[in-house]
Structure formats: structure tokens, C-alpha cells
Design a protein around this ligand. Structure first.
Ligand code: SAM
Length: 197
């Protein structure tokens, strides 16, 4: 059991991962208050799940849930998801979850969005053979702009036409629950890296 599971330093996180020598590695970027990662960890006890957020207060809320549930397969990184991804070796991540990334709706802020062509290439390289990227958003314009990028990538879609609306077999996130209550449509795209022979 590792005492302090929130890391600010990627090399220290790397050492902790090596110590746990997991058979599978999953990553959630933008863990928020931690509802999703905790459900994921409880249901996938053989996987090590790395959560990441830029905000320490949110990571501390996740830490509380991890302790309350006596979870031993979560490590957290405080920093940017793109730095975390770059740190992993190629072909090393089984599943990557990006739930409700900030949409940055104003045109002049679009450059701050998590997804862009370059990032999708980075994700492709880091996922393992048949690894899956899970992307969820309520923001229609952002979502469909990302779908266009997926279509230009080497990823294989899991849903016909690359997306589904309002599926009910997904772990809850704070935003998911909030938007569901408001009756908002939620868009899901799961895409798979092809088998590496
Ligand atoms: C809209 S909230 C969604 C939170 C959670 N995924 C949910 O569905 O309830 C976006 C989260 O991503 C975090 N975030 C924003 N940019 C990030 C980045 N570059 N890397 C990691 N986390 C980021 C924010 O601090 C925030 O907690």
C-alpha cells in the first residue's frame, strides 16, 4: 500500500507504478471529484488506474473517496493530462477515459481544448494493442469536432458512425449526473486502436 497517492512529480509517479507492477494500466484525465475513477477501480481490481487533474482540491476529494472505500489500485497525478500521457511508454495504456473535458466554447479559447489532431496521435501511440479511448461530452459542437478528428485517425469506432447518445451503462461522473437531471443529451464515443501483430 502506497501512503501518499497524489504525485506532483512524474518520475516519482513512475517509480510508484513500477513498485505495483500492474498487469493493466488505465488512465482518467480530468478526474474532477473522483466518482468515476472510484467506481472504475472497484470494478477492475486487477488494473492500476491513474487519475489526473490540474486542481488539488478536486484530487483531495478523490483521495477521501479512495480512503473511504479502501481502494489500493488508484494513483493520482496533479498536473496536465497531456504531460501525463507523454510520460507513458508507447503501447502501454489499456483504457483512457476523458469525461466532460472543458469545452472552451468561445472561438478564441478553442486552442485550450484537450482534443486536437496532435493529441489524438499521442493517445493512439500510448494506447496498447486494442486499447480503447472513451470520450464523453454534453457539448455538441466540441463533441462533433472531435468526431471529425477521430474519423481522420487510424482508430476503429466501437459505435456505428463513431458515437451514441444517452447510453446508460457508464459509471457516473458529477457532470454526467448533473446533465442527466437537466435532461440534456450526452454524447459518447469509444474508439479502439487496432490489434498490433
Ligand atoms: C468539466 S470538469 C469534468 C470533471 C469530471 N470528469 C466529471 O465528469 O464530473 C473537467 C475537469 O478537468 C480538469 N482539467 C482541465 N484541464 C485539464 C488538463 N489539461 N489535464 C487534466 N485535467 C484537466 C478540471 O480541473 C476539471 O476537474
Amino acid at each position: 500500500m502506497i501512503e501518499n497517492i497524489i504525485f506532483n512529480d512524474l518520475d516519482e509517479l513512475g517509480r510508484a507504478i513500477t513498485l505495483l507492477h500492474p498487469s493493466n494500466l488505465s488512465v482518467e484525465i480530468g478526474t474532477g471529484n473522483g466518482h468515476f475513477i472510484v467506481a472504475l477501480a472497484l470494478n477492475n481490481k486487477n488494473d492500476l488506474i491513474i487519475g489526473c487533474d490540474i486542481k488539488l482540491d478536486r484530487l483531495n476529494k478523490t483521495l477521501k473517496k479512495v480512503k473511504n472505500n479502501q481502494i489500493e489500485n488508484i494513483l493520482l497525478y496533479r498536473g496536465r493530462g497531456e504531460e501525463l500521457l507523454s510520460f507513458f511508454p508507447d503501447n502501454s495504456i489499456k483504457s483512457l477515459y476523458v469525461n466532460f473535458p472543458d469545452p472552451w466554447p468561445k472561438k478564441r479559447h478553442n486552442k485550450r481544448r484537450f482534443f486536437n489532431q496532435e493529441r489524438i496521435k499521442l493517445i493512439f501511440n500510448k494506447l496498447s494493442s486494442e486499447g480503447i479511448l472513451y470520450f464523453v461530452s454534453d457539448h455538441k459542437e466540441y463533441f462533433f469536432s472531435v468526431i471529425e478528428m477521430f474519423k481522420e485517425s487510424d482508430f476503429i469506432p466501437i459505435f456505428e458512425n463513431y458515437y451514441a447518445v444517452n447510453i446508460d451503462y457508464y459509471y457516473p461522473t458529477l457532470y454526467f449526473e448533473k446533465f442527466k437531471k437537466e435532461g440534456k443529451d450526452i454524447y459518447f464515443s469509444f474508439i479502439k486502436k487496432p490489434l498490433i501483430l
